[in-house]
Design a protein around this ligand. Structure first.
Ligand code: GNR
Ligand code: NI
Length: 181
């Protein structure tokens, strides 16, 4: 497994649509392992393949990263990764929830985003088997955030144009100067 570089705005790849995966083979599983390691290292709770420059419809998610204690009082970090290939949102609730979102491709910028509170997502799992899952809470938000990435959409597209233009320009300017933001 390899930790890959995460692209940040204004990288044009983050605005492109990813293509469906034809078959979940060992190469796709190796990609997902790299994505998972990159996500845990960042750290983040979700990652879309386009964020490491691979334009395929592949997502990894793990929202379980709160620390708990084992029997001896040592801290352990539970891992409960989800692998979503060719995810399709098949249902969105009318109920809306608001989460403060962040994105590894827009470092250190956080803003409230309104999205449907619950969704259903159909996808191929790590073994290429079709599955469907009902999501609520933070998971529903993260799945929508990641499916957006596969379509070249970023969470700042869901906030006001004034705020979006401000953050985009800040990152574009920093890149021009060769600074890390
Ligand atoms: O790590 C992440 N946290 C997060 C918090 C609220 C809503 C969405 C996310 S996803 C983000 C990682 C990321 O950029 N995934 O694309
Ligand atoms: Ni993101």
């Amino acid at each position: 497994m390899t930790i890959r570089d995460i692209l940040t705005i204004p990288d044009p790849l983050l605005r492109e649509r990813c293509v469906p995966v034809a078959a979940v083979d060992d190469a796709v599983r190796a990609l997902m392992d790299d994505m998972l390691e990159t996500m845990y290292d960042a750290p983040g709770i979700g990652l879309a393949a386009s964020q490491i420059g691979v334009m395929k419809r592949v997502v990894v998610i793990d929202t379980s990263s709160r620390k708990t204690e084992d029997g001896e009082g040592a801290e352990i970090e539970p891992r409960d990764p989800l692998f979503l290939v060719n995810p399709e949102i098949t249902w969105l609730s009318e109920d809306i929830s608001v989460y403060q979102e962040g994105c590894l491709s827009i470092p250190e910028y956080f803003e409230d985003v309104e999205r449907p509170a619950e969704i259903k997502v159909r996808f191929l799992d790590r073994n290429g088997k079709q599955d469907e899952m009902h999501c609520a809470g933070l998971l529903a938000t993260v799945v929508q955030h990641e499916v957006d990435h596969l379509n070249g959409v970023l969470f700042i597209d869901h906030i006001s144009k004034l705020k979006r233009d401000r953050v985009w320009k800040k990152f574009a300017k920093a890149k021009k100067r060769g600074e890390a933001v």
